[in-house]
Each structure stands twice: as C-alpha cells, then as structure tokens.
Design a binder for this molecule. Structure first.
Ligand code: ADP
Length: 389
C-alpha cells in the first residue's frame, strides 16, 4: 500500500501535510464549478482529453474536479500516480508511461484506461505543504516544454488560491452563523422579560392600553424574527426533534383561525374536510401554517385568505390561497431558500427565513411543500403531511 513501483509514497512530513489539508475541509467535498473550470481550462490550454484536480489524505485520493474521467470521485491513495507527484514541489512528467519502468505494468497503463502521458503540478499551501495535484493526462505519448511546465505550475497556484478563498468563505459563514446563534439566544430572555413587563404595565395603567398594545405587537414581531434566526442556526447543524402526537386537524385549524383573528383582524376562509387525524408535531405544523397565513396577510393584505384541506391516499394536503401580487415564475425555485426575499428593499420587513424553516419542518415529517403562483395572480402555498395510521 505504501509503495508504487517500489517507491515509498509516504513522505516524512505526512502527518503535518495531512493536518494542513484538513485545515481546508476540501477532501471529499462536493464538486464546485470554480475547480471544474480550471480543469476545462487546462484541457483547452494543453489540448489534452483528461485533466483533474485531486487532494490526497492518509489513504485516499479525492478527485475534486475532472474532465474525461466519468465523474470519478475518489480512488485509493496508492492506486493513481498522484501519490508520487506530491513527493516533490516540481512538475512530475511521464511522457510515455508504457516505456517507463515504474509505470509500464500499472493497470491504468496496461489496462483499458491506457494512460501514456501524465503531467502533474503539485498544489502547495502557503506554508509549503503539498496537499494535492493538478494533472494532465493523454492516451498518446507527449512532451511538455519549459514554458508549458511553468504554465501548469501557475495553474496549480490558481487551484491553491481558489482553495484559500473557499476556506475564507467557509470560515466567514461559520463566524456569521456563530454570531447569529449567540445573539439570537441572548436576545430571547430580555424579550420575554419585556413582554411580561408590558402586560403588567397594561394592567396597572389601563389609560395606556394603546401604547402597551403597540409595544406588545413590536415585541411579538421581534420575537418571531429572533426565533426564526435561532431555529435556522439549529437547523444548519442538526434537524429539529419532532414531538409527534395524534390529533384531529380541526383543532389545529381552529387555533390558526383564532391567531389570525387576533393578529390580522381578518376572517380566514376554511374549506375542505377537517376531521382527518394526523400524527405530527402539532406545535411545529401550527407554526408552518401560521407562517404561510401571515405571509398571505403581509404580502396580500387586501385579498381574502383561504385555508383548504384535501385528503389524498395516506396524506393530507393543506393549501393557503391568496389573490395578492404572486411570485414571478423565475423566482419560484428560490423561494424556500435560506434568507431569500423577493423584494429585500420593499416596505415589508423580514429575514427570508419563514419558508425555509417551514420547508424543513414539512420535510422532516415526510411531507412535501411547494408553491403555485403567477405574477399578479396570487399564490397557492401547499404542503402534504402523512395521516395517522
Ligand atoms: P420573509 O417573509 O421574512 O421575507 P419568508 O421565507 O416567509 O420570509 O418568505 C420569503 C419571500 O417569499 C418573501 O420575502 C416574499 O417575497 C415571498 N412570499 C412569501 N409568501 C408570499 C405571498 N403569499 N405572496 C407573495 N410573495 C410571498
């Protein structure tokens, strides 16, 4: 395992090299277009049919990007040629592998892959560790002149720069998420205290009820946002724990209607059969429905709002229907994404988290969620949930 053609492939500094690779969280990560583009560029520049970018840890070569390798994702560290290319900082060049004593009998040379030409520039971290390679492969023998060698090395430096940028981005997102998690957690306690104080104040000074109601409304709004931020951060790490119970849909719909009467001062139109028994996390499903109805109130304030139920085999389908501004077709695929807002500069405030959280809750119940909409023709947000057996 530790040799290729009798050559030891484990450098002395391998543990430190692997630690350097781990800093970048890139081994085994998903394909990314920036790396794919570098491979495509390499194929064009050097007129080769195959190119790949690989990162090598203790036992695996992870193919981060490739052209001409049928989507290969990983091979054993000693299976390919790259384990040798990371032993030194120069370009490793094999002009004709079938003539090379180390590689002539290698399965990639004698077998149907038929590699003849192989050139690899090491990908080197700023502190000098070789974590991967940028490779060119051809099935016919070839040469590489000095200028081409330099160009290949230069492209490998671009791979490293892209790896650095990617890492900076990951770290920034982690910092942002940590900040939101701490801030939203810390804001919950004072908000609860503020809400309680407003209620006491309202009782003590009935002449100020209007102002207290205003405080209460603002605290509610703020609490909603803080809860959404807090839940989103929990969702990025783990999923929600569901507390499933069996209940009749009617009771849930009644609670939603009461909520809307209270906050929206509007009558929710209920349609369909509500006597269905669900086995679900009642609180979370209520939160999803309230979110959809509140969105309808927010974005379609002058429209009637319908909550419709429909029974399907094994499932119940719940839809909220409004006749508001709707959503343009090209924006529909984005609507359940984290932080997505159609009109971030519009008069309606929000964080773009409600639909994301709703979708996560529905998915965790084994259901589906979606939207049907036409611009200026209103929205139908629908979701399915399994019925109790
Ligand atoms: P928020 O309301 O905080 O922006 P959501 O995730 O609940 O976040 O909604 C995301 C976006 O979807 C909203 O910003 C809005 O542009 C759009 N949207 C949601 N519901 C409706 C609706 N009923 N009608 C029109 N647009 C809607």
């Amino acid at each position: 395992m530790d040799t290729i053609g009798g050559i030891n492939i484990i450098p002395e500094n391998d543990p430190e090299r692997i630690a350097a690779l781990e800093r970048y969280q890139i081994a085994g990560s998903q394909k990314e277009t920036a790396f794919d583009s570098i491979c495509r560029l390499a194929c064009e520049l050097f007129s080769v049919p195959i190119s790949h970018i690989s990162f090598l840890d203790a036992d695996t070569e992870y193919v981060k990007a490739e052209v001409g390798m049928d989507g290969l994702e990983r091979i054993g560290r000693a299976e390919g040629f790259c384990a040798l290319a990371i032993l030194q900082p120069e370009v490793m060049l094999i002009e004709d592998a079938s003539e090379n004593p180390v590689f002539a009998n290698h399965p990639y040379v004698s077998g149907e892959t038929m590699i003849r030409f192989y050139a690899a520039a090491p990908v080197i971290t700023p502190d000098g560790f070789i974590i991967g390679t940028l490779c060119l492969i051809d099935r016919t023998p070839r040469k590489l002149n000095d200028k081409e060698r330099e160009l290949l090395q230069h492209l490998a430096r671009v791979v490293m720069e892209q790896t650095e940028l990617r890492n900076d981005n990951i770290n920034l997102v982690e910092q942002r998420d940590r900040f939101i998690e701490i801030a939203s957690h810390e804001m919950r306690t004072p908000l609860t205290a503020l809400k309680a104080s407003a209620q006491i104040l309202g009782k003590k000074y009935p002449e100020g009820t209007g102002m207290v109601a205003q405080i209460d409304k603002s605290v509610q709004k703020l609490s909603g946002m803080v809860n959404d931020m807090f839940d989103t951060m929990r969702l990025t790490k783990t999923s929600f724990d569901l507390n499933r119970t069996s209940f009749i849909l009617e009771s849930l719909i009644k609670d939603c209607r009461d909520h809307i009467r209270l906050v929206g001062k509007k009558e929710l139109i209920i349609e369909g059969d509500n006597q269905i028994k669900l086995s679900a996390d009642r609180e979370k499903v209520e939160r999803v429905l309230i979110n959809l109805i509140q969105n309808a109130l927010k974005y379609a304030p002058s429209s009637p709002i319908i909550l419709q139920t429909e029974t399907l085999p094994g499932y119940v389908k719940l839809s909220t229907i409004d006749e508001g501004p709707g959503i343009p077709a090209d924006k529909l695929p984005l609507i359940f994404r984290r932080y997505y807002r159609l009109d971030p500069k519009g008069i309606q405030t929000g964080l773009g988290l409600g639909l994301y959280i709703a979708a996560e809750i529905v998915k965790q119940h084994g259901g589906e969620i979606g939207v049907i909409s036409e611009f200026r023709q209103g929205c139908i947000f629908w979701l399915t949930l399994p019925v109790a057996v």
